[in-house]
Design a protein around this ligand. Structure first.
Ligand code: SF4
Length: 124
């Protein structure tokens, strides 16, 4: 271990000694910033996705598949009648009204929502 050099009352310390003394390695520096970042928002606090948001809009997402609007007219087809976010493989339930979708980040999707990327959840 390199010991700091003392010059009278002044302690001279180089960068390597500083890092050793503080326990910080150069490899850890990129991750050190995460210690000072605010924590990510809680999933339960996510805002609800809007049909007009860019990603939901591109997926023709509708927030209430029981009453599909013209925006998600495909959902009106008979063969899609049982398709909802809550039985989609890309859905993770947050509570009885909403969940997270792997395709729509930064917002929650409605439990009874739907989009044209629906994938049947195994076992449902
Ligand atoms: Fe809902 Fe699945 Fe579409 Fe995501 S991919 S919006 S969970 S139907």
């Amino acid at each position: 271990m390199t010991t700091p050099t003392y010059l009278g009352d002044t302690m001279q310390i180089n960068r390597r000694s500083f890092l050793k003394l503080t326990g910080i390695s150069l490899a850890a520096l990129p991750f050190a910033s995460s210690l000072f970042s605010p924590p990510p928002a809680r999933a339960a606090d996510l805002p609800m996705a809007k049909e007009t948001d860019p990603m939901p809009k591109s997926l023709k997402y509708c927030s209430n598949a029981k009453k599909p609007t013209a925006h998600c007219a495909d959902r009106k087809k008979k063969e899609k009648a049982d398709q909802f976010c809550h039985n989609c493989q890309l859905f993770t339930k947050l509570d009885d009204k909403k969940g997270k979708c792997m395709l729509i980040t930064g917002a929650a999707v409605a439990y009874d929502g739907w989009c044209n990327s629906w994938v049947k959840k195994p076992g449902t």
